[in-house]
Write a protein of this length. Structure first.
Length: 146
């Protein structure tokens, strides 16, 4: 949620939908304290501040291959293009409150069905918060018509 002052509210996306999900999958597929799985985190040198060497679970060994190779995001894009592959979009949930206004506008233009789903989710969440400060999940509802 975005709070009435525009700041993002509390979230636990990374922990709940990445770290825990991957950890459960690793354990289900044999990772143990004695035989940990190597988990590669794709953080490049231009975002090194995000590499906190997070505490790994007993069944994991965290590595940062892009940092080890000294690669920046642009280096990664160059490698992908030289391989003849399409540049992948940034990963995020379709309803992520950290999207920029420009990203919402682009979604509204290029993916109207997905934008409608995000708007419907926002309306549902706002309706469930009756009596509390009006908060916005996506800011999608406040966009000018396409």
């Amino acid at each position: 949620m975005r709070m009435s002052n525009g700041a993002p509210g509390r979230r636990s996306c990374t922990a709940d939908f990445k770290i825990k999900v991957v950890g459960r999958w690793l354990r289900e597929h044999g990772a143990t304290k004695e035989a940990p799985a190597q988990v590669a985190i794709g953080i490049s040198v231009d975002e090194i501040h995000r590499a906190n060497r997070r505490r790994s679970e007993p069944h994991e060994e965290i590595v940062y291959p892009l940092l080890d190779l000294g690669l920046r995001r642009t280096d990664c894009l160059d490698i992908i293009e030289r391989a003849g592959l399409a540049i992948p979009p940034k990963s995020a949930c379709f309803f992520c409150p950290f999207r920029t206004l420009q990203q919402w506008q682009e979604m509204r233009r290029s993916e109207p069905e997905l934008f409608a789903k995000a708007s419907a989710l926002e309306a549902t969440l706002i309706a469930q918060r009756v009596g509390l400060d009006p908060e916005s999940w996506t800011r999608a509802m406040r966009l000018e018509p396409a």
